[in-house]
Write a protein that binds this ligand. Structure first.
Ligand code: NOJ
Length: 542
């Protein structure tokens, strides 16, 4: 079935809930689903259309929930299935859709399948759901190939047999606690289609597919060093069969369940293959997130993104931050404003005032672009990256597996500040028995929801106003844009319905084009001019 042009995900504003750090209702220092339920009025008033939840399933939390032990239940520290049912129903009552995260590439090493594989023989049906292989070298003490874990170190771990002697090795593209599933196995395929139905039956409106392009592997598991193209585990042709089958499952629910891929694929042509009419509906746009705060670069990325999506009739998506990257207030306050997963620039000077100013401008730019937008929890408060978490409290496997060389992602996952003058800032109840699972900076007292609410100069009120306008403006969301002639460091475009967006990334104030009114601005105009690092939304052509 071709993509429906009025589908909700095409222009949605989607808010990413990192449950662990959103709101803790029971005082154990960990966010939970009743905590999210209690904040649904806040989210509804923010003006978002859908919530995307990072994995909420039972998990030993070796990778913050991306190591799933049971795909059909809720992590006990987050609540119960009954809580999830209530949350979905109440969100729907608020007109908010629910997107859940599905992780097909790997499960937890405590998943019953993996536990069964460990106690089964080589070549057994239980082991064939994973990638077990004998080691190389005389005594099998060398990994089966040269693949490296994305979190650092080898992508293989050797198991012990029942009598304690070393046995086979298993593949894990991420942490050892995340064994890769083998998608040549019929069990695996059938299981995930069933998991999709399980959640669609419970009312989920969409699925975010984790590491979507990594899922299938060359069954020969060749060394990367000696392997010619195509890549043995990234973006293989056979991965598409999986998503076609998933699309069929989604369509069987009437065509408004969204399939959204996490795709880090630089090649435009290969990227768009995922949006064939019987595959995914949309995917994240990482070049935009990684871009420096630079008008020419951003414009090139915007143009390329729109050009890639147009022929396949998929909506573009725009995202500034998520749970894997340094928060953009900090990124935009550094000397180098670009970002790469392999270079988190912690410890460098950060001008938070400048970063915040740019983050405000970036929000208005982003929300004016054609397609869907994602807001990562805390973006709306202007939270910065917490770079000084003590080593002993850090939890990210990236930190551990790189021996601290890479600070990892804890700094963007710190629990939200809701109210009050000191930690836990209303994240946990007053009588909480535990501290928040990561420490909050005391400086966040100025960035609580309470402190920002009603303050016209706050990030929160900017987000509220912008999302409200974005919702009611007929030209915003899905559609196209037309660039207007502008100075080289200015991004100036119109959308249908008399809407114009001007973002000034230069170091000089610029004259505004003729307009009938100002809808919203990220910074005060100075003598009618748009100052540096500011964006304005204009009503035009009346
Ligand atoms: C991508 C997720 O966004 C990240 O948080 C996770 O660690 C990896 N996939 C592995 O599941």
């Amino acid at each position: 079935m071709p993509a429906r042009t009025d589908a909700w995900w095409r222009g949605a504003a989607i808010y990413q809930v990192y449950t662990r750090s959103f709101a803790d209702s029971n005082g154990d220092g960990v966010g939970d689903l009743p905590g999210v339920r209690a904040k649904l009025p806040y989210l509804a008033a923010l003006g978002i259309d859908a919530l995307w939840f990072n994995p909420w399933y039972p998990s030993p939390m070796a990778d913050a929930g991306y190591d799933i032990a049971d795909y059909r239940d809720i992590e006990p520290s987050f609540g119960t299935l009954a809580d999830a049912d209530l949350l979905i129903a109440e969100a729907h009552d608020h007109g908010i859709r629910i997107i859940i995260d599905i992780v097909p590439n790997h499960c937890s090493d405590r998943h019953p399948w993996f536990l069964a594989a460990l106690t089964s023989e080589p070549d057994s049906a239980e082991r064939s759901r994973f990638w077990f292989r004998p080691g190389r070298g005389e005594d099998g003490s060398l990994p089966p190939n040269d693949w490296q874990s994305i979190f650092g170190g080898p992508a293989w771990t050797r198991i012990a047999t029942a009598d304690g002697t070393p046995g086979e090795w298993y593949l894990h593209l991420f942490a050892p606690e995340q064994p890769d599933l083998n998608w040549t196995s019929e069990d695996v395929r059938a299981e995930f289609e069933d998991v999709l139905r399980f959640w669609f039956d419970r009312g989920a409106d969409g699925i975010r597919i984790d590491s979507a392009a990594l899922v299938t592997k060359d069954p020969d598991l060749p060394d990367l060093a000696s392997h010619p193209s195509p890549h043995p585990y990234e973006d293989r042709d056979d991965v598409h069969e999986i998503y076609r089958a998933w699309r069929a499952v989604a369509e069987s629910y009437g065509g408004d369940r969204a399939l959204i891929g996490e795709l880090w694929i630089p090649d435009a042509e290969r990227f768009t293959r995922y949006f064939r009419p019987d595959e995914l509906h949309s995917a994240f746009n990482f070049p935009y997130l990684c871009s420096a705060w630079d008008a020419a670069r951003l414009r090139a990325i915007i143009d390329e993104t729109l050009a890639i999506h147009a022929p396949v009739d998929a909506p573009a998506t725009w995202v500034l931050s998520n749970h894997d990257v340094d928060r953009h207030v900090s990124r935009y306050g550094r000397a180098d404003t670009s970002f790469g997963l392999d270079r988190r620039e912690h410890g460098r000077p950060v001008d938070l005032e400048l970063g915040t100013r740019r983050a405000r401008a970036a929000a208005l730019l982003t929300f004016a672009l054609p397609g869907a937008v994602y807001v990562y929890q805390g973006d709306e408060l202007g939270l910065w990256e917490v770079e000084d978490i003590p080593a002993g409290l850090r939890q990210d496997p990236i930190w551990r597996r790189t021996g601290g060389a890479d600070p990892g992602r804890d700094g963007c996952r710190v629990p939200l500040p809701w109210s009050g003058a000191q930690p836990p800032f209303g994240f946990s109840p007053d009588d909480a028995r535990a501290r928040p699972w990561l420490p909050q900076p005391t400086g966040w007292s100025e960035l609580t929801v309470e402190a920002e609410s009603g303050d016209p100069s706050s990030m929160l009120e900017l987000y509220r106003a912008a999302l409200r306008i974005r919702r009611r403006e007929p030209g915003l969301g899905d559609g196209g844009l037309r660039w207007m002639e502008s100075g080289e460091s200015v991004l100036d475009f119109v959308r249908d319905g008399r809407f114009r967006c001007v973002a000034n990334l230069s170091s000089d104030a610029v004259v505004l084009p003729a307009h009938d009114g100002v809808l919203l601005q990220s910074a005060d105009l100075v003598d009618g001019l748009l100052p540096p690092d500011a964006t304005v939304w204009l009503r035009i052509g009346g």
